[in-house]
Write a protein that binds this ligand. Structure first.
Ligand code: ADP
Ligand code: ZN
Length: 638
């Protein structure tokens, strides 16, 4: 009977606890309290009584105990509902009678007559017994629940060490493209993936090759993860995600097996998306490994990743998205065709983008009607989407603290201030020396852009650090709406503009910094393309020597099929042209030194200047010097 009850309880409790973890914990806590209490009150006393000198415990019948009491052999008695314990006069022996029949009322007068101390209550005994019965169950489930939670949440424990199931996040996000704002170009790049994931058969039947891997490149918090989720959300396919950095602290071999499991799962659930955050943690260039001996674990993981990406064909509707804010550190093998051969820039949002992001995030909070999000967008230049989301939330917290019903402009402005203070602490502030270098560098670009025919005019010059490691930037917008073709003189103009930055550093700072590296890289790439792709030089004539594959971030070429001799000629030609252009650019900057000085001075003062300001500075200088105007863009103002 007892046993059966026990089992029934057991089962009930099992379901009950699974469904109500909070309640289970409550019961567990209660059980602990009861144990504690019973230790202090009841059993505690019992122990003191009993353990003093009792040498022997004897199981006897109830009738025997009654007889001992009658015979005055007993000094104390303890009664519960179902047992009676009696300790003999010597205090050496404890008699215990179980299965006591219904409580015997005659017993008490009997004990009183003989001056026997007695204690106990029937109700209490019953309760104690019940607790005694249930307590182990409570404790067991408490511990079990606790462990179960730990296992599922944490690192997978000992059981999960090799298996990846617990370490890979799998979800079906309901994020949509509308939730991602301010990164239109990136969204445009990924729409075709959504269609492919929705209707893979169409593409596969046609034999169309959809990129397997796409690298999302951009500063932290700009919405790379969000965009990847939105792709999965729009296509309503499963989203498997891992973080590159979590591979590094693993045991040797675990990372690789995790990559294998990741792809296995994704292929099983195809069409699907794999998202690898912080891919630079595993995909660091092997050449730039750093420490001696390198990191075996990372290398194994990277190799496994490469193998997996090569291992499935374009007919498997699995797309691998990866995110990084340091694309320049990635191993070239990762960027090769059939791997992450497409790169999508997810940059910090401009004014319109910021406004749109603020609108998205203010949907979930209560804004006062007279809040002006445009002002917020204006004051948050340089912030990423995550910062903006944070500002809205911070404002909501502030309003809550002030016990307001809605968020007002004042909370938003306060939140902006706080976020900038936080950023200043986080980001190393740009030093004055660096600012000066950047101001002259950007002025050099701007001047060349304004004086060179075929270059695009300047829209804005800024020395506020923005985007990927750029300390400043000169924004050019083409005069016409869309341009698909470029003429030779326009390409040459681009080279002059690129060289302007470095030339300005050399002339006005007197020393060259590393800041121009990217400019030179791009200038070189343009020249190389002119020779090997577009047939614009005497070196190769009309012969096409390289097939273009991607032009983004300086892009690579699939095939370079030319002789060693030709390679030398190309190199020599590029070098000669660059030297010639560089001399010309330096000469121009020297002629306009007053204009550059002025531009740099204004930039250092206000940090951002419009294209129109650049032009009027140049014009003024030309007048001052009595020069004929060489401004190349005299059409409409931007
Ligand atoms: P990243 O992966 O680039 O570091 P996340 O995608 O993790 O950035 O962004 C973190 C959060 O910031 C997002 O969940 C979202 O709430 C907000 N956020 C970031 N960028 C955007 C954006 N472009 N549009 C809307 N919200 C954004
Ligand atoms: Zn530059």
């Amino acid at each position: 009977m007892n046993n059966q009850n026990n089992k029934k309880n057991d089962n009930n409790n099992n379901n009950f606890f699974n469904d109500n973890p909070m309640l289970a914990f409550g019961i567990f806590a209660l059980a602990m309290i009861i144990i504690f209490k019973s230790l202090v009150n009841d059993d505690g006393l019992n122990n003191i009584m009993g353990d003093q000198k009792i040498a022997k415990t004897e199981k006897v019948k109830y009738s025997d105990i009654k007889q001992y009491i009658k015979d005055d052999k007993v000094q104390s008695v303890k009664i519960t509902s179902s047992t009676i314990e009696a300790i003999d006069k010597s205090g050496n022996i404890k008699f215990i009678a179980q299965n006591v029949p219904a409580f015997d009322e005659k017993l008490i007068p009997l004990m009183e007559e003989r001056n026997i101390t007695y204690e106990g209550r029937i109700g209490e005994g019953l309760m104690a017994e019940l607790i005694g019965m249930l307590l182990p169950i409570f404790i067991f489930f408490g511990i079990w629940l606790f462990l179960a939670k730990k296992m599922s949440k944490g690192m997978g424990g000992i059981l999960g060490a090799g298996r990846a199931d617990k370490l890979i996040n799998s979800e079906k996000p309901n994020v949509k493209f509308d939730d991602v704002q301010g990164v239109q170009e990136a969204k445009d790049e990924v729409v075709e993936i959504v269609d492919f994931l929705k209707f893979p058969e169409r593409y596969i039947e046609l034999g169309a090759k959809i990129p397997k891997g796409l690298l999302l490149v951009g500063p932290p918090g700009t919405g790379k993860t969000l965009l990847a989720k939105a792709v999965a959300g729009e296509a309503s396919v499963p989203f498997f995600s891992v973080s590159g950095s979590s591979f590094i602290e693993m045991f040797v071999g675990v990372g690789a097996s995790r990559v294998r499991d990741l792809f296995e799962q994704a292929k099983k659930d195809a069409p699907s998306i794999i998202f690898i955050d912080e891919i630079d943690a595993i995909g660091k260039s092997r050449a730039s490994g750093g420490q001696m001996g390198g990191n075996d674990e990372r290398e194994q993981t990277l190799n496994q990743l490469l193998a997996e990406m090569d291992g499935f064909g374009t007919d498997t509707p699995v797309i691998v998205l990866a995110a990084t804010n340091r694309p320049e550190t990635l191993d070239a093998a990762l960027l090769r065709a059939g791997r992450f051969d497409r790169q999508v820039l997810v940059d910090k949002p401009d004014f319109d983008g910021r406004l749109a992001i603020l609108k998205v995030h203010s949907k979930d909070v209560k804004l006062s009607e007279n809040v002006d999000l445009e002002i917020v967008a204006k004051q948050t230049a340089g912030l990423a989407g995550a910062d903006l989301a944070n500002i809205i939330n911070e404002a909501a917290l502030l309003a809550g603290r002030l016990n307001k019903k809605v968020i007002e402009q004042s909370e938003l402005l306060e939140a902006i201030e706080r976020s900038f203070v936080g950023l200043e602490k986080k980001n190393r502030k740009v030093s004055e020396v660096e600012k000066r270098i950047v101001a002259y560098h950007e002025s050099g670009h701007a001047l060349m852009a304004e004086l060179t025919k075929g270059a695009t005019r300047v829209t804005k010059v800024s020395i506020i650090p923005r985007g990927l490691g750029a300390l400043g930037y000169t924004l050019h917008l083409p005069d016409e709406e869309d341009r698909f073709l470029k003429q030779k003189h326009e390409l040459m103009a681009e080279i002059d503009v690129f060289l302007g930055g470095r030339a300005a550093e050399e002339i006005f700072i007197g020393e060259i910094s590393t800041g121009a590296g990217n400019d030179l890289d791009r200038a070189t790439a343009i020249l190389k393309d002119m020779i090997t792709v577009y047939g614009m030089s005497d070196v190769a004539g009309l012969m096409v020597l390289s097939r273009r594959q991607s032009s983004f971030l300086g892009g690579g070429h699939i095939s370079n099929d030319f002789s060693e001799k030709m390679a030398q000629d190309i190199d020599a030609n590029i070098k000669a042209t660059l030297t010639e252009r560089y001399e010309f650019v330096k000469k121009t900057l020297k002629e306009y030194d007053g204009a550059i000085e002025k531009m740099a001075e204004v930039l250092l003062d206000v940090e951002v200047i419009e294209g129109s300001t650049v032009r009027s500075i140049i014009e003024e200088y030309e007048k001052e010097q009595g020069m004929e105007s060489r401004l190349a863009h005299t059409k409409k103002e931007v």
